[in-house]
Design a protein around this ligand. Structure first.
Ligand code: CUA
Length: 309
């Protein structure tokens, strides 16, 4: 039940145990008292009620004791919340975390870019988090870490993972249709394994046999496939399958018009998603990728879409 997998876990578990103990003390105490009173003052004993005008000792006790209890709960809650939210140590490894509908991306100081969080055991890790569209919440249950990320407000959190292993990481704030897609993992490595992984930058460079395959990797990197299927299935946005070269009806500024899907249309849709929305789909669900994607990546995505006949 208890976790010692991160430096945060012990404090959170202690606060939880203390609050749970207080709750159980009252649950059991009040239930026992209730049963005793039912027997002691039952009807056949013919109890008589007496009027009491006030009792200073009792009133002080039932004010002071609960006050001490709730302040105690606050103290343990606060001291366990504080470490995660305090300033990270100077030597912490900073990882940029981006949450969007509906995937996570993690970016390392050397430019490595992943959809799974890789960290070394025993070293402080500082997460520099931002949400691009709606509120998401980074949740790593094994580490007892949960942090909401609100668009426009970057959020920091730091921790130390104690033991190598693979742990769940997911979004704990309902963020729309494919919220459940925001499930990935934290891979905690020994520092030797981590260093080997970290310096191996071949994985980040697109090493694909063809532009189509490279495009597919970019679609996965940005999580486009959470909303656009490649097999014709209708999800949140139009499927990529067979769309290139098709004549489609789009809504431009409230008016319908027919266009042919070409390179320019795809590029424009990535940069200005709400400009020409395909009829039957909703506006406002896709954010612009203008500041994230490169021109080269857009071209590779176009090559990939072309190949999906
Ligand atoms: Cu992001 Cu739920």
């Amino acid at each position: 039940m208890f976790s010692n997998l991160s430096n945060i876990a012990e404090g959170v578990d202690n606060a939880f145990l203390i609050i749970l103990s207080i709750i159980f003390f009252f649950l059991i105490g009040l239930t026992v008292l209730l049963v005793v009173f039912i027997f002691r003052y039952r009807e056949s004993k013919n109890p008589k009620a007496t009027q009491i005008e006030g009792n200073n000792t009792l009133e002080l006790l039932w004010t002071i004791i609960p006050l001490i209890l709730v302040l105690g709960m606050f103290y343990f809650g606060w001291t366990s919340w504080k470490p995660l939210n305090s300033d990270p140590p100077k030597d912490a490894m900073v990882i940029k975390v981006t949450a969007r509908m509906w995937n996570w991306s993690f970016e390392y100081e050397n430019g490595k870019h992943t959809d799974t969080l890789y960290i070394p055991a025993g070293k402080p890790v500082a997460l520099d988090m931002k949400a691009l569209d709606v509120i998401h919440s980074l949740y790593i249950p094994a580490f007892r870490i949960k942090q909401d990320i609100i668009p426009g407000t970057p959020r920091k959190a730091w921790f130390i993972a104690n033991s190598p292993g693979s742990y769940d990481l997911f979004c704990a704030e309902y963020c729309g249709l494919q919220h459940s897609y925001m499930l990935t993992s934290v891979e905690v490595k020994t520092s030797k394994e981590f260093d080997a992984w970290y310096i191996d930058t071949t994985q980040t460079v697109v090493v694909a046999a063809s532009p189509q395959l490279a495009g597919k990797q970019i679609v996965q990197k940005y999580g486009c496939n959470a909303c656009h299927s490649t097999d014709g299935t209708k999800i949140v946005g139009p499927s990529y399958k067979g769309i290139f070269g098709e004549e489609i009806t789009v809504i431009t500024g409230g008016k319908e018009r027919i266009i042919t899907v070409d390179e320019e249309y795809i590029r424009h849709s990535i940069l200005e998603p709400d400009a020409d929305v395909v009829k039957g789909y909703n506006k406002g669900l896709m954010i612009t990728y203008r500041d994230q994607i490169t021109e080269e990546e857009i071209n590779l995505i176009i090559e990939y879409i072309k190949s999906l006949k």
